[in-house]
Design a binder for this molecule. Sequence first.
Ligand code: NAD
Length: 368
Amino acid sequence: MSNPSLLILPGDGIGPEVMAEVRRIIDWMAARRGIVFDVSEDLVGGCAYDKYGTPLHDKTMAKAQEVDAVLLGAVGGPKYDSLPFAVKPERGLLRLRKEMDLYANLRPAQCFDALADFSSLKKDVVAGLDIMIVRELTGGVYFGEPRGIFTEGNERVGINTQRYSESEIARVSRSAFEMARKRRNKVCSMEKANVMESGVLWREVVQKIRDEEYPDVELSHMYADNGAMQLVRWPKQFDVIVTDNLFGDILSDCAAMLTGSLGMLPSASLGAPMKNGRPKALYEPVHGSAPDIAGQGKANPIACILSFAMALRYSFDMGAEADRVEKAVEKVLADGVRTADLMGPEGGSPVSTTGMGDAILAALDASL
Ligand code: NAD
């Protein structure tokens, strides 16, 4: 059988710095666990524009369609701010998401005990938190027609349309149920079925998919406004939350901030299953290219490393190896190893990007 394949797109700014630490973990897995990935690396974003005049070359796009998973660092930077819209670095990322048809955006909110003080909520509310928001990414009010600003009588009206088909709801609910089966087997679906017809359909379809295909998964329904309240009241009641594009945008940011720093947050975007049964997938940290600290060895590589751990779990069915990486991260944080973004007001001596990588590799060694 051939090795699992991974396309790495480090991108701009701190992207290559944090990705270098992932490369060290990939090398560690080959040397110490005998798990070998076929890794290829290419350009995306500003660096691709510099070389090819486009933020994503067609051959890179084609490669992304072939591999088992894509891992991206970050794109963008002030150097590219004045470029025309069509060739801005972010267009490369958007093209990947669109052409791979990545309709399920996964945003975990996981709070490592050692960082529980970083949250704006009380420690006992967030310590040990581990939830996953599955946000529908390619439909809903951000794309529905009609849309625009029109004149009616003597004033203008702004119009957007929430629109979901049964098949769009069904495929993202399957992503959520599959996810739940790899976690604690519980899904909460959020919509506003009390005031929106699209919400009524959402609720019906999610329930039908559960009853017909995932009877082993526990499903509950909640209005999204109550969901927001429950997320800050007692977030540990949730395992997987599935919701539409708009509510998911808001709820995932809310859940992410339960856990502290941007340098800690991974994400995944999944599409339809490929021939091998695995979903098309793009993994990336939530943060951007952080031009203010790029090139200084200050970036926290954990978000990118945890994105790789998500790839291990969701694209490669290597849950035990994903656990190993996550536990190594947990251990270094518990030992007090901190990059600058994780220093509290009391200060201390932060480690560099490579220093954090060294500590995680040492923890991986210790795990054997
Ligand atoms: P940003 O996420 O790059 O940075 C926001 C703040 O968080 C900065 O102070 C930065 O230093 C800090 N930060 C971010 N990641 C960090 C890490 N790993 N370790 C330590 N500190 C970290 O957002 P921004 O400043 O709004 O945007 C900068 C550039 O990144 C822009 O060009 C923007 O378009 C782009 N961007 C790209 C993505 C992406 O590639 N997915 C996402 C957001 C922004």
